[in-house]
Design a protein around this ligand. Structure first.
Ligand code: DAH
Length: 357
């Protein structure tokens, strides 16, 4: 009996885990355990023997049971301690900013532009990136033979063999959203249309996908003067300067008449751009009064309504404002670049709260 006692007490003390402990319980005091079998033998003993052995076996069984219970408690305490140790969390530690994501300059600038124009009563409109060639070209007064079609390095979609309708295109500019907005909402109208555009071109300042924002305002009595004021307000707000001088250069776009390219006065001291002062001019956008044929394509009567439109390269003004030298890096997803040029996620640009701080 002493051998049994030593054997099980040592084994219980050494048990490494709960399942080893359960094996020991079965082997000692389970139905077919060693001690249970011994108790069954009591029946075959003489009454005198039984009177000695009975209490001894019972005491041994109790001792093993309480050793098992104590070890079980110790094991579960140790397991809990281990969990508390490994799952410990210091909730007073500050957040780790270097692990946060950031807002891409294109998203940031799109938000900035949207905030500025929203403040002047412009809504945001969107259109498809896979566009009909009618919306992308014809409706904008760019007929089939027009050189602008070739100049734009258009990506054409595939048509099934034997289908000779003109193929859809990846829109080459955001101007088709002018047509879609007119079709949808009619006049009067005041929208900006930011989004992705595509041209087969690739160098330091061109990528096959880039971003533009289109502006369109249509009303009864609207002129180049309104266009000029709106663009001045935009440039001042965007570059966060109090004064800016704009230069309207006569130009040509098929969808506007007259057309103007707009330059802003600037300087490039020490390689950094300063807007509003200096002897240089920087071209930032194309604009003009909407061509009557374009209004007609959008089901708007050019005898009753007129309007202005403009188109700006979002990536281009992002590069200018934030001093980013190479456009291609915008779309390479290099984490070092994103961390350097990205914006904090909670700094939402607003007119009154500040655009870029
Ligand atoms: N769609 C022109 C482009 O991609 C930009 C543009 C110029 C848009 C003049 C306009 C505009 O709305 O009036 O180059």
């Amino acid at each position: 009996m002493n051998d049994l006692r030593d054997k099980y007490l040592t084994a219980i003390a050494d048990a490494a885990g709960e399942s080893a402990l359960e094996d020991l319980r079965l082997a000692a005091v389970g139905k077919k355990g060693e001690i249970s079998l011994k108790m069954r033998e009591l029946g075959k003993m003489s009454p005198e023997e039984r009177q000695v052995m009975g209490p001894k076996l019972n005491a041994l069984k109790d001792e093993i049971n309480s050793a098992l219970a104590a070890k079980k408690q110790a094991l579960s305490d140790a397991a809990l301690d281990e969990r508390l140790r490994t799952e410990w969390l210091d909730v007073t530690l500050p957040a780790r900013p270097q692990r946060q994501g950031s807002i891409h300059p294109v998203s940031q600038v799109t938000e900035e532009v949207t905030a500025i124009f929203a403040d002047m009563g412009f809504a945001v409109a969107e259109g498809p990136q896979v566009e009909s060639d009618w919306h992308n070209f014809d409706a904008l007064n760019i007929p089939g033979h027009h050189p602008a079609r070739a100049e734009m390095d258009t990506f054409y979609m595939h048509r099934a063999d034997g289908d000779d309708r003109p193929p859809h295109v990846l829109r080459t500019h955001t101007s088709p959203v002018q047509i879609r907005s007119m079709e949808l909402a009619g006049a009067p109208l005041r929208v900006i249309c930011p989004g992705r555009v595509y041209r087969a071109d690739y160098d330091q300042t061109h990528t096959p996908m880039f971003h533009q924002v289109e502006g369109l305002a249509i009303d009864k009595d609207i002129s180049m003067a309104n266009l000029k004021w709106v663009l001045e307000e935009f440039v001042k707000a965007f570059f966060e300067v109090d004064e800016v001088e704009l230069r309207f250069r006569a130009s040509h776009f098929p969808f506007t008449e007259p057309s103007a390219e707009v330059d802003i006065r600037c300087s490039w001291e020490g390689g950094t751009l300063k807007v509003g002062e200096g002897d240089d001019w920087l071209e930032i956008l194309g604009s003009g009064m909407v061509h009557p044929k374009v209004l007609m394509a959008g089901n708007i009567d050019p005898a009753a309504w007129q309007g202005f439109a403009f188109g700006v390269g979002i990536d281009r003004i992002a590069m200018l404002k934030y001093g980013i030298p190479d456009l291609r890096a915008f779309f390479e997803s290099d984490l070092r670049w994103l961390r350097h040029y990205g914006f904090a996620a909670l700094d939402v640009p607003t007119i009154r709260g500040g655009l870029s701080r």
